[in-house]
Write a protein that binds this ligand. Structure first.
Ligand SMILES: [Cu+2]
Length: 115
């Protein structure tokens, strides 16, 4: 009985660790975009990014020229595809990187910069 309880506890601990690691490794695609001048620009890019099936969440900062796209668990957005979509919409991609942050993190970061 004692070993079963120990095994159960170990399993619970490992599951919690695995979930914790998954939460820490939230990979978001952070794109620097030139040419967005108004809320309509931001809105149209947001809509385009959301249309991708791999997209979980989108955040656009007009002031900081940032488009952040969070991916669904286990899914990966293609950089070339994102670049093409933004270029097709009439904007210029200045840079694209993967950051270990959530959309909430990036939103907070942008908010902190403003104040
Ligand atoms: Cu605009």
């Amino acid at each position: 009985m004692k070993s079963i309880a120990k095994f159960a506890l170990t399993t619970v601990t490992f599951t919690a660790l695995a979930l914790g690691v998954a939460a820490v490794h939230a990979e978001t695609v952070k794109i620097k975009v030139d040419g967005m001048v108004c809320a309509f620009c931001a809105g149209s890019i947001e809509k385009k990014m959301k249309a991708n099936k791999e997209t979980a969440e989108v955040f656009v900062s007009l002031e900081n020229k940032i488009v952040a796209v969070a991916q669904k668990p286990g899914q990966k957005l293609d950089d070339a595809k994102l670049k093409a979509q933004i270029a097709d919409a009439g904007y210029e991609v200045k840079g694209i990187e993967r950051v270990n942050a959530t959309i909430a993190d990036i939103r907070a970061e942008v908010k902190a910069k403003k104040s």
